[in-house]
Ligand binder design. Structure first.
Ligand code: FCB
Length: 477
């Protein structure tokens, strides 16, 4: 981007008084290792479950893999320069577990750690706060072969890995997220199987969810002991879940999906207990015999921040007797015990993922977490949208993505005005990347990536975001 301080391409900011964010608001953008790094077999990295999955026929659209992705592993200094040009205050990235601890056990791979040391140094040199996520879904394949997240031992392996990363980077990284979206790891990875490792068993999904949270708690304890200054948190993907009508069956459907999507994680992590109604809903699937004494104390170890990823709302309705389960939200089997709940589309505008655009849902989500769960500082650690983009004369104009960001930042501001301690916002994503099972067919970036040439072009949303950051605010509407 040649001149980030020039006026935005779209004049959203040019009318009215400012809608200012609190001083020090942490403006960022996020990525994840497997989605951008490439260099899958370089520098001592060994396969993760996503390498295996994406190389298995039929698992990703057009057989796309993260082998090369955005080639960020080789282009990292240029990418950090781009972040600096956009004026980012923070960059949320994830560490690839099999790059820094090949196979998931034993000694660190210094070459892998060196990549992240260079990245952190480069960020700090540009005054960009590094925000490190330890696990964004790339479990080392040998740990999956040993049972994966449904196996209790994986939690202990994760804590060892967390310690190894803290030893290497804890002197320079302040913000740490243990897990990104454990719902996806558990219920898409082991429930519906649309994500790696592609297994499909409701009981395994429930066990995986528990062991992910146990790994989170153990990692928090290890990091807290060795890096007392660190700000520790977890990132959950949360959704408001709304009944399609006031009918009792619809209200109950919403309670069930809210239990699985939100309270399955919020309650153990922030209250130290599974909700009783959730355990009842899951009784055909799991007896929760995998939960041992003391686990919930570990899982609810005190945190410093809570990360929330927000994309959309779920609107649900009661099952219709005799009807086939809905195949919406990719697969019914990611809702074990509640497979026949119907997901309703309201006919409101959607993104290229078919996710309904619902900015007020962000306010609801932030207010709920603050009101019902915690006084801790909250961060939106991901928010964004996929739309089809076109490169025209070397430019990418993306008014729909820009409008999505604009609406959700207004929602974030409204939440702050209502008293929510929201301290930062990370756009998903810095650049187009490997969108998991969708491969390269869905573009979430503020920066366009040409996957043949690896040329990066900041879209108009990126220029607009740079201006928002520079002003620390938006124009009132
Ligand atoms: C989130 C993931 C992120 C990306 C966005 C679109 O669920 O954390 O990696 O895929 O969705």
């Amino acid at each position: 981007m040649s001149n980030p301080a020039s006026p935005p391409a779209v004049g959203v900011l040019d009318q009215g008084p400012e809608l200012t964010f609190p001083p020090g608001f942490l403006w960022g953008a996020a990525t994840a290792a497997y989605q951008i790094e490439g260099a899958a077999a370089e520098g001592g990295r060994t396969p993760s479950i996503w390498d295996t999955f994406s190389h298995t026929a039929g698992r990703t659209v057009a057989g796309h893999t993260g082998d090369v992705a955005c080639d960020h592993y080789h282009r990292m200094p240029d990418d950090v320069r781009l972040m600096a040009e956009l004026g980012l205050k923070s960059y949320r990235f994830s560490v690839s577990w099999p790059r820094v601890q090949p196979g998931g056990t034993g000694a660190a791979n210094q070459e892998g750690l060196d990549f992240y040391r260079r990245l952190v140094d480069e960020l700090l040199a540009h005054d960009i706060e590094p925000w490190l996520t330890l696990y964004h879904w790339d479990l080392p394949q040998p740990l999956e072969d040993a049972g994966g997240w449904p196996a209790r031992d994986t939690a202990a392996r994760f804590a060892d890995y967390a310690q190894l990363v803290a030893d290497a980077l804890g002197d320079r990284v302040k913000y740490w997220t243990t897990l990104n979206e454990p719902w996806c790891s558990a219920f898409l990875g082991y429930g519906s199987g649309v994500h790696a490792p592609g297994r499909s068993d409701g009981g395994d999904a429930v066990r995986a969810g528990h062991h992910l949270m146990l790994g989170h708690g153990l990692a928090v304890q290890a990091l807290r002991a060795s890096r007392p200054q660190a700000q520790l948190g977890i990132t959950l993907n949360l959704y408001p879940v709304t009944p399609a009508s006031d009918a009792a069956g619809d209200v109950d459907a919403a309670r069930r999906i809210d239990g699985l999507a939100n309270r399955f994680f919020l309650d153990p992590v922030l209250r130290g207990a599974y909700p009783a109604d959730l355990r009842t809903d899951l009784r055909q699937v799991s007896d929760f015999g995998h939960v041992r004494d003391g686990d919930l104390t570990i899982i609810s170890s005190p945190l410093d921040v809570v990360g929330i990823n927000y994309y959309s709302r779920h609107v649900v309705a009661a099952p219709v007797p005799g009807a086939e389960p809905e195949a919406y939200w990719r697969s019914p089997s990611c809702w074990p015990g509640s497979e026949d709940v119907r997901f309703v589309t309201r006919g409101v505008p959607v993104t290229d993922m078919d996710w309904e655009i619902d900015a007020p849902g962000l306010v609801e989500t932030l207010e709920r977490v603050h009101r019902d769960y915690t006084d801790l500082p909250l961060y939106v650690t991901e928010n964004g949208s996929a739309f089809v983009d076109a490169v025209v004369d070397g430019q990418v104009d993306d008014p729909d993505r820009l409008a999505y960001f604009d609406a959700h930042l207004r929602a974030a501001h409204a939440a702050i005005s209502a008293g929510v301690p929201l301290k930062g916002y990370f756009a998903w994503s810095l650049m187009d990347n490997f969108e998991w099972a969708w491969g390269y067919t869905k573009r979430f970036g503020m920066v366009h990536v040409d996957y043949d040439s690896q040329v990066r072009i900041p879209k108009s949303s990126a220029r607009w975001y740079a201006e928002v950051i520079r002003r620390n605010g938006l124009a009132a509407q």
